[in-house]
Unconditional design. Sequence first.
Length: 309
Amino acid sequence: MRNGVPNLGALQAFEATARLGSFSRAAEELALTHSAIFRQVEGLEARLGVQLFTRVRRRLALTDAGAAYAARVRHHLEQLEKDTLGLISRAGMGRSLHIAVLPTLATTWLVPRLPSFRQRHPDVSVSLSVRTRPFQFDDQPFDGALYHAAQLWPGTTGFKLFDEEALVPVCRKDVYAVLQSGPEGLARIPHLHMMSRPDVWRAWYQARGREMPRSVEAGPRFELFTMLLAAAQAGLGLALIPRFLALQARADETLVLPFEEDLPVQDAYYFSYPTRAEPGEALLSFERWLRHAALAMRGSGAVGASGLS
């Protein structure tokens, strides 16, 4: 052991046994003998002083402590595998970048523009992973991140892509007909909520001087803006989504904007990378391209490509 960490072989044997529920199956996966796997797991339990499995009449089951430890070990082994493959990729396939990004921002804004970057830098491979919450670069294998915040993350260098500006109410045409049916129409329509922004409907009603119906809080909740948009398009209710997505959906004639009132938002979208290390040329090229893409978007009048979490 080094600094209290078991050897990798023991951890692999334990994780495989926990996942497969059998010493024999773990041995087959790892190309070892049954006895070798058994000794590794037995030695790990002895070193930790914790029983990881219960053994009753040839049946193997994880203890509560074993199940919790197995989940953590599996996570770290998977991350180690990703880091190793990433290193091999960087060494064997030219330059590469691994960027953390918000899912809707990726699918509606970044990915459609990536062919332009690839055309300019064909030797740079850009991989994307979803992260919806702030993180420390020291704990994650990312070269940079695109995220939603009030300002740049501490300890990073970067720039603001664009302001969020506003969220606007949208719904399908048949839902809009219910809204227009009378003064109680708004209260009859389910309000769709974004999990990460639970108070936006209350803020929208307050900003407009409207009394919020008690039924509003009972509406379904969604984790991503893409889900929220799909729910509105399916006729599930009224949603507050970024103006950019709302205008795009209206142009596609899938949704209508039933109210002129929007909800101003102060936060913006940023790209940054850690200051702890000198950025490579691939990362700097990606940053320059992103600046150009954001500037081109603003210049085209498509401001408001925002709220994309």
